[in-house]
Design a protein around this ligand. Sequence first.
Ligand code: 0L1
Ligand code: MG
Length: 262
Amino acid sequence: MALDDKTLDQLAEHLHACQREARDTLKVTDDHPDMTWDDAYAIQDRILAAKLAGGAHLAGYKAGLTSHAKMKQMGVTDPVFGFLVDEFMVPAGGEVQTSELIHPKVEPEICFVTRHELQGPGCSIASVLAASDIVLPGIEVIDSRYRDFKFDLKSVVADNTSASRFVVGGHAVDARSVDLRTTGIVLEKNGQVVATGAGAAVVGHPAAAVAMLVNHLGRRGKTLPAGALVFSGGITAAVAVTAGDNLTLSVQGMGSVGVRFV
Ligand code: 0L1
Ligand code: MG
């Protein structure tokens, strides 16, 4: 760790305020170029602790930057991980208030719900599938707090991987009943197809991203609990949205889920 507790507290407070107030900021590594990955996750942990202290509940976990194209672009080999709380939750077909966000984008994802606790290191796709209950379509709304999307990966981790809203829906299926690599998705904005893809775009298999999350948690002395919702990562590039947009994600064999931006 390069940063002391006081600095970690201040950065967490700052980024949390930016998220709550839809206020943008410069990336945190501008003032703290020596910030380590552990520091970045420690800031994220502090934001979660503040949310829980304020009455929020942990609603799930997310893997971010999961597509090979985006990882190559950012010069990284592993995804990043964040948390979801109930205040980010939007009902299927519900509305997202764009005035509460800075510059939102959406990502089409396949979500897992675990039946059994998972522990890493050493977690594999097979362990994830064996421990999973259902998979279902999910739209993640990301909203980087960094001005003009000028960020680096450690700053993104500190900013809870741009998490801001999420919606799940469609129809859930047994995680072992489908080949998630070849499961196709179509994302429509206002009735126009804006992105298509297949599960394999997420580090080869969406369950691989969940295994990476479990191994990441394991390295930090944590486990993925039974009943956890996990957004396994965007299958395509994120799509920018503004007020008035209607988004629908269809996932092969799992129906559709939609959300409206007002
Ligand atoms: O969920 C994600 O893929 C996180 C993306 C973080 C960077 C961004 O805001 O584009
Ligand atoms: Mg995502």
